[in-house]
Design a protein around this ligand. Sequence first.
Ligand SMILES: [Zn+2]
Ligand SMILES: [Zn+2]
Length: 281
Amino acid sequence: MRGSVPAPGAKTRRYGGNTPCVEVRAGGNRLILDAGSGLRALGERLRDSGGPVEADFLLSHYHYDHLQGLPFFAPLAEPGNRFVFHGPRREGRSVQDVLEGQMVPPYFPVTLDQLARAAIEFRSVEPGERFEIGVVRVTSAELDHPGGNLGYRLEFRGRTLVYATDVEHTDRPAESLVELARGADVLLHDAMYVDSEYEQRRGWGHSTWAGALATAEAAEVKTLVLFHHDPERDDRALDAVLKRVQKQFPRTIAAREGVTIRIAGKARLTEPAAARYSRRR
Ligand SMILES: [Zn+2]
Ligand SMILES: [Zn+2]
């Protein structure tokens, strides 16, 4: 959930420093939203869970922070596992071209083909496309971000999660995103900047917390998850941002490493047992 580049260290320990990777489980299906550095830890957990691993990756776009976990995703190297990579066509290149193209020397010593013992497939996603992954209905929408970025709406048995990382708004929430997120139970939304930072970074493709909040209100979502935290935002500063947003939109969470959100009627937050941390300020 960290944006742009991993930000490990004492000051980001509570929220975590890994870049975007979100596991979604719905009715026996496993979807993985983006392959940021958080994917390594997810891979270890899946490897240790026993039994074959199957998952569908939904990739938003191909900036480093959304891909850099892939070469370190252990289940990829295990025969018997199966993965499908869904992602947009960019710069004339398919999702397969892009993923293979980032795993070649001198950037990385092992190619995807050499690494993958699992069965893998690739599937292009068009902006605005609707399709199904098992029991999950997926809708994509193009978001405003340099080079393009797809947002995804996932629906399963009347429950809806919308993933909108890396998106910039003008002075109003983007209509296409409001439409995508309409009535969602949970909206994960880019909240990289505070207003003063945004003034220096217009056109960089990211939102302020105020933009995330305005989108959540316009789309009438039930729970807002602040996502893609600035790597320079330490835990205390992020606490302050969260508190400020909650004043106006109480059902707001700041994305945190290892946290589980259950969507069953009302979205509920479950802390992982391993993530007990000191709340000392
Ligand atoms: Zn990003
Ligand atoms: Zn990006």
